[in-house]
Design a protein around this ligand. Structure first.
Ligand code: PLP
Length: 444
C-alpha cells in the first residue's frame, strides 16, 4: 500500500488536483472496487459514491452486463476507424439510439471520447455551419459565468470559471461570458444577455452555449422560464443554442436530458459521462435536422475534424447496453422520485442545523449551501474552509462528495447513482447531517 502511494507521488500527475498536496500527503484514497452505489478502498473501507464519481456512473458500479458487452465487442471488432466514411454497426446503432431518445429534431451524432472534445467539436461545428452559409463573421460563442465545459482548447474558453483559465495563459478570442441566471432571476439575466448580444454585435455571434444546470459551478439550477426565454432570444437574433448535457444527460435531472425539464429544444446538444456511465470514455455532439441539412448540402470536400476514437466500436457497444439498462430499470423516473426524497431530507436538515442555507435538487443532482447566516445568506470567509471540512467529515463517515468554493461559496454537491433507493437516501442524509453538525460545533 505504501509502495503504491510512493509510486503515485513519483509517477502520476493527477488531473484537477493539488500536486503539492499529493506530494505532501500522498493520494487521498486508493480505490479498489465498486459495487452499486458503493466504492471500496485498498483498506477495505466502504464509501457511498455520492457524486457517481465524477457525475457519471449513472447506473452504479460493478455492472457485469457492461463488462460483457465490452468483451463481446472487443472479441468481434475491438476497433476500426470511422474516418473516410468507414463505418461499423455499434456506432451506427448508437447514433440511431441517441437520435431516438433526444428531443424531436435532433437526429445526427458526431462522436468523441469525452465532454471537452464534444464541446470543442460543437464550437468548430457551429463556426463551420455559419461559414458554409456565407456568414464567416459569426464566430463568437457566448456562455455563462460559472459554467464548466471542459479543459480542451475551446472548451477552456467556453468555461466561465476563471480558475480554469490561468494555465492557458489567456482565453482564446471570440469567447464571451454572460451572467448566470442563478440568484439573479430570469428577467435580469435575459436583459443582461440581450445587452451582451447587442454590444458584441448579433451578426458576429455563432452560438450561445450553456449547461441546463450548471454542475461544477455548484449545481446552479436556473429559474423555470430561463431557457424558454433564452430560446426565444436566440431565435430573435438567429443565434444557435447549444446545450451542454455532459452532466445532465442520460437521466441525471429526472428527465432523459436536462433541457426537457423546460420543454426547450436546442440546436445542438453535447453529451459524455452518463452515456456509458463512465465504464469507458465516450462523448458526442447531436445536431438538429436543420443543421444536418446545411452540412449535407453545403459542406465541400472533407470535414477536417475527427478523433481516432470517434465512434469507437467497443465504447459504442457499452453505451448501447448502458442506455438499455437506464430504460429497462426506469432509472430516469427513479432519478426524479429519489431527487424529491433527497430534497425533503435536505429541507428537514435545514430546519435542524444553523449553517444550512439554500438546498436544492433536480432529479439526482443536488446541492446544500453552507452559510454563516441563512436569513441573510451571509457567507463564511473562504479561509475558514467550511465546505472542505464537511467533505473531510463525510469521508470519515463513509461518503465521497465534492465541494464547490468559487467566489467564497461553500456548496456541497450531490449526484449519486440513479439506482439510489429510499433507505440509501436516508443514510446519505443522516451522514450529511452528522458531518455538518460536527463542523458546526467546531465553528463554535
Ligand atoms: N461539460 C460539463 C458540463 C462537464 O461537467 C464536464 C466535466 O465535468 C465537461 C464538459 C468536460 O468533460 P470531460 O471531463 O469528459 O472532458
Amino acid at each position: 500500500m505504501e509502495n503504491l502511494i510512493d509510486l503515485d507521488k513519483m509517477h502520476f500527475i493527477h488531473p484537477t488536483s493539488s500536486i503539492k498536496q499529493q506530494q505532501e500527503e500522498g493520494s487521498k484514497i486508493i480505490f479498489e472496487k465498486g459495487d452499486g452505489i458503493y466504492l471500496t478502498d485498498k483498506n477495505e473501507n466502504v464509501y457511498i459514491d455520492a457524486m457517481s464519481s465524477l457525475w457519471n456512473v449513472n447506473i452504479g458500479h460493478g455492472r457485469k452486463k457492461l463488462a460483457e458487452a465490452a468483451a463481446e465487442q472487443m472479441e468481434k471488432l475491438a476497433f476500426s476507424s470511422a474516418f473516410s466514411t468507414f463505418s461499423h454497426e455499434p456506432a451506427i446503432k448508437l447514433a440511431k439510439k441517441i437520435a431516438t431518445i433526444t428531443p424531436t429534431g435532433l437526429n445526427a451524432v458526431f462522436f468523441t471520447s469525452g465532454g471537452s472534445e464534444s464541446n470543442d467539436s460543437a464550437v468548430k461545428l457551429v463556426r463551420h455551419y455559419w461559414k458554409i452559409q456565407g456568414q464567416p463573421n459569426r464566430r463568437k460563442i457566448i456562455s455563462l459565468k460559472r459554467g464548466y465545459h471542459g479543459v480542451a482548447a475551446a472548451s477552456t474558453s467556453v468555461t466561465g470559471i476563471p480558475e480554469f483559465w490561468g494555465m492557458a495563459g489567456h482565453l482564446m478570442t471570440d469567447f464571451v461570458h454572460a451572467d448566470t441566471p442563478y440568484g439573479k432571476g430570469t428577467e435580469k439575466a435575459i436583459t443582461s444577455l440581450r445587452h451582451v448580444i447587442e454590444e458584441e454585435g448579433p451578426e458576429t455571434i455563432a452560438a450561445f452555449m450553456a449547461e441546463p444546470v450548471q454542475g461544477a459551478g455548484g449545481v446552479l439550477i436556473p429559474p423555470d422560464d430561463y431557457f424558454k426565454e433564452v430560446r426565444e432570444l436566440c431565435n430573435e437574433y438567429g443565434i444557435l443554442l447549444v446545450a451542454d448535457e455532459v452532466i445532465t444527460g442520460f437521466g441525471r435531472t429526472g428527465r432523459m436530458f436536462g433541457m426537457e425539464n423546460w420543454g426547450v429544444i436546442p440546436d445542438m446538444m453535447t453529451f459524455a459521462k452518463g452515456v456509458t456511465s463512465g465504464y469507458i470514455p465516450l462523448g458526442g455532439v447531436v445536431v438538429s435536422d436543420a443543421i444536418h441539412d446545411v452540412l449535407k448540402e453545403k459542406s465541400e470536400g472533407t470535414l477536417f475534424h475527427g478523433f481516432t476514437y470517434s465512434g469507437h466500436p467497443t465504447a459504442a457497444a457499452v453505451a448501447l447496453k448502458n442506455i438499455e439498462i437506464i430504460e429497462q430499470e426506469k432509472l430516469v423516473e427513479n432519478s426524479r422520485k429519489m431527487g424529491e426524497q433527497l430534497v425533503k431530507g435536505f429541507q428537514k436538515m435545514k430546519q435542524q442545523l444553523d449553517i444550512v442555507g439554500d438546498v436544492r435538487t433536480i432529479g439526482l443532482l443536488g446541492a446544500v449551501e453552507l452559510v454563516q447566516d441563512p436569513k441573510t445568506n451571509k457567507r463564511f470567509s473562504s479561509d475558514m474552509k467550511v465546505a472542505p471540512k464537511v467533505i473531510d467529515a463525510l469521508h470519515e463517515r463513509g461518503v465521497i462528495c465534492r465541494a464547490v468554493t468559487y467566489e467564497s461559496t461553500d456548496i456541497i454537491c450531490f449526484a449519486p447513482p440513479l439506482i439510489m433507493e429510499q433507505s440509501q437516501i436516508d443514510t446519505l442524509v443522516d451522514k450529511l447531517h452528522d458531518a455538518i453538525l460536527f463542523v458546526q460545533k467546531q465553528l463554535g
